[in-house]
Design a binder for this molecule. Structure first.
Ligand code: UN1
Length: 483
């Protein structure tokens, strides 16, 4: 029997006030409902904000080391339950079980890292102009924060917003993406079991236009951290900052891999397949442009096509599967539309391009891993985020052209170069417009102890993860103390 889940408000599991629900569907088999969730309205989000506001004083007074201990206990609970969290993640989102396990392990690392932050959360002491004066800063929580998270990393991204928000002393309302709420709910359960006081973390599922909009509009919500599309993110940023709130939005990418004539081509192909195809291309860090030196373009293309031809597409629960489904019908339609656009723009379809509808793909949202050649840098498929297993090859005569093509998009999240020339690599680091820069490694991935985020339209507000993550979730108080 399909389980019905609830919101978590003020420490209690409750249905949406209006009693509405919706089904969380398995994209690998759309006849399977993974769970039924509240389709909440603004009144539910308001109740959650009120509960978070009521819990502020107690949570702040607990102190950062004790708050960190709760995160640390949550990490052990997630570790204990990792296999079932990962399985649920694959069922609702579609990525392979191997990737889901990796992502769950990453959530454990994130909670452990920010548990340690509870024993740092440092300010600075500074000499004063005045005698017998101690001058120093302390970090204060913002108050209530709203976290709006995407479906593509349904455990890691809630974790990487929740952990710094909570350890800094904020109380939270979390609104997970409607396509993958179960995984986020498991994290909420882990934190509740770890001893988080009621109201410190509230969880409300439902449409962005109702729940998300209330979180961005409610004057009690001091900060909003969002990951998702740039269309939604830029609206949220403008809306929250216009009312004096703090906003952090992590949006799309159009991430390039430059393949130079001195690159290890087998490695370049592996890097492109990893970046473009794993998680079915549904990462903001995914590789969608291979910018290849003309001297090696023919050989690189042959090797890439051979690699892509060998990929096994299917249900992520099957251990043989390398590429799972897209998250839902809407995403499948978008990706197929982009493939059609690429054809019409005159790019050459070298592999894939079609929906898969034979077993084991007959009941899900599957598309073939797709490669376009003869891509012009100005084409829509070379400019817009597709969020699917699609890579375009752009041929360039040299390094300067490669850099200008790489930088010739609105986005600036992640970028990679494949080269064995250290001078080239360092010049790339200097000139590339990206917040995440890779030399001989894929555009994807994020280690918890370093900042994550992009330049240009990819991100607004301060970086996530690493020691700087707490900058967004805290306000500095400067203290002049004369004795
Ligand atoms: C990764 O590349 O492993 O939504 C992390 C996203 C990014 C996270 C990418 N915020 O895809």
């Amino acid at each position: 029997m399909t389980e019905t889940y609830q919101n978590f408000i003020g420490g209690k599991w409750t249905a949406a006030a209006a009693g509405e629900t919706y089904a969380d569907i398995n994209p690998a088999d759309t006849t399977e409902t993974v769970g039924v969730f509240p389709s909440s309205g603004p009144e539910d989000a308001r109740a959650a904000v009120a509960a978070a506001a009521a819990a502020r004083a107690e949570w702040k007074a607990l102190g950062a080391p004790r708050r960190g201990e709760i995160l640390s206990r949550a990490a052990r609970i997630i570790e204990r339950d990792a296999e079932s969290i990962a399985e649920g993640l694959t069922r609702e989102e579609g990525k392979t079980l191997t990737e889901a396990r990796g992502e769950t392990a990453r959530a454990v690392q994130i909670f452990d890292y920010f548990a340690g932050e509870g024993r740092r959360l440092t300010g600075e002491t500074t000499p004063s102009e005045f005698p017998r004066t101690m001058l120093y800063t302390v970090r204060e929580p913002l108050g209530v924060v709203g976290l709006i998270t995407p479906w593509n990393f349904p455990v890691a991204i809630p974790a990487w917003k929740l952990a710094p928000a909570l350890v800094s002393g904020n109380t939270v309302v979390l609104k997970p993406a409607s396509a993958a709420p179960l995984t986020a709910l498991r994290i909420v359960q882990a934190l509740a079991e770890a001893g988080l006081p009621g109201g410190a973390l509230n969880f409300v599922t439902g449409p962005g236009a109702a729940v998300g909009w209330e979180l961005t509009s409610n004057p009690e919500v001091a900060g909003v951290s969002f990951t998702g599309s740039d269309t939604v993110g830029s609206k949220i940023y403008a809306h929250v900052t216009a009312r004096g709130g703090k906003a952090q939005c992590e949006m799309g990418g159009k991430n390039p891999v430059i393949v130079m004539d001195d690159a290890d081509l087998d490695k370049a192909v592996a890097v492109c397949i990893n970046g473009a195809m794993w998680s079915t291309g549904q990462k903001c860090t995914a590789t969608s442009r291979a910018i290849v030196h003309e001297a090696v373009a023919g050989e690189f293309t042959q090797k890439l096509l051979a690699g892509v031809a060998g990929l096994r597409v299917g249900n992520g629960l099957d251990p043989e599967t390398q590429v799972g489904p897209l998250v839902d019908q809407g995403q499948l339609d978008t990706v197929l539309e982009y493939i059609e656009t690429g054809r019409q723009e005159g790019a050459r379809l070298l592999a894939g391009g079609n929906r898969l509808s034979e077993p084991p793909c007959d009941r899900g949202c599957f598309v073939e891993p797709t490669v376009f050649g003869d891509v012009d840098p100005g084409m829509r498929i070379a400019q817009e985020e597709i969020f699917g297993p699609v890579i375009g090859i752009i041929t360039v005569p040299g390094f300067d052209e490669a850099i200008s093509v790489a930088n010739g998009v609105r986005f600036g999240l992640s970028a990679a170069i494949m080269t064995s020339d250290i001078h080239r690599a360092m010049e790339f680091v200097d000139r590339i417009e990206a917040g995440l820069v890779h030399v001989n490694s894929p555009t994807v991935g994020a280690e918890v102890q370093v900042p994550f985020g992009g330049m240009k339209v990819s991100s607004t507000g301060s970086r996530e993860q690493g020691p700087v993550a707490v900058d967004f979730y805290t306000e500095l108080k400067t203290v002049y103390l004369e004795y």
